[in-house]
Design a protein around this ligand. Sequence first.
Ligand SMILES: NC(=O)c1ccc[n+]([C@@H]2O[C@H](COP(=O)([O-])OP(=O)(O)OC[C@H]3O[C@@H](n4cnc5c(N)ncnc54)[C@H](O)[C@@H]3O)[C@@H](O)[C@H]2O)c1
Length: 270
Amino acid sequence: MAYNLLKGKRGIIFGALDENSIAWKTALKCHEEGAQFVLTNAPIAMRMGKINELAKVCNAEVIPADATSVEDLENLVNKSMEVLGGKLDFILHSIGMSPNVRKGKAYNDLNYDWYLKSIDISGISFHKVLQTADKLDAMNEWGSILALSYIAAQRTFPDYSDMAQAKAVLESIARSYGYFFAKKNKVRVNTISQSPTKTTAGTGVGGFDVFYDYADKMSPLGNASAEDCANYIAVMFSDFTRMVTMQNLMHDGGFSSSGITEEIVKELTK
Ligand SMILES: NC(=O)c1ccc[n+]([C@@H]2O[C@H](COP(=O)([O-])OP(=O)(O)OC[C@H]3O[C@@H](n4cnc5c(N)ncnc54)[C@H](O)[C@@H]3O)[C@@H](O)[C@H]2O)c1
């Protein structure tokens, strides 16, 4: 059921790679809720061509941008305002990639060039998006900007490797830039810390299936799905959450507040 939560709002959605992507589900939800938006992804990810299927359904334009390139981001933000006919009300940063994780490098054997890449792509790119939107004065008052994080920013998950630092940087940027954007024109900046989700980025982490099941059993509500995440994002883009800013918002079925659950006890007493 649609509620017209985002009627008349304009935005940019980064990171829809395929139908499993959290950004893909978010685009469908935002479209259903009445928003108009531009879809973007790294030029290399466009080669799959999948994003055009989504664009058709959502009546959206696709503008490629490598989120680590300020030049690409300036072009994206300027063109988006042109295409959408005005300033933006929301941006979703749904981007994550670690060459170390992808190439199976353990945390105690990191390649440092790749380490910097992980932090640039998955963390600092959020600052680049924020600063570009800020300098181009692209956000409307009471706009909402979100990035997606994971609890490995606070707790150790060995296979998450250098992405843990990238997520810590990401969450810290939301707090720091949230201050400046609130003061500038009441724009809020938050991160959503999502449960493990079966996507390309998620399943690329070693031992994913085990920690997906573990998180599911450790969460009183079970793991939050990508669709649940899309619903939460739509609410965070809506006018019902205007005073929420500079937060890392847990969207994890209760995982982060649980010490142990009956399901885990049962599993360990087998
Ligand atoms: N899947 C999970 O378990 C999980 C859990 C918590 C948080 N997250 C976060 O959610 C976000 C979305 O990931 P997902 O799970 O939907 O996976 P996904 O693989 O579908 O999306 C990741 C996206 O990042 C894009 N990307 C990579 N490098 C880029 C660059 N240089 N410029 C622009 N885009 C680039 C990819 O093309 C892809 O579309 C990520 O930040 C991820 O860390 C995922």
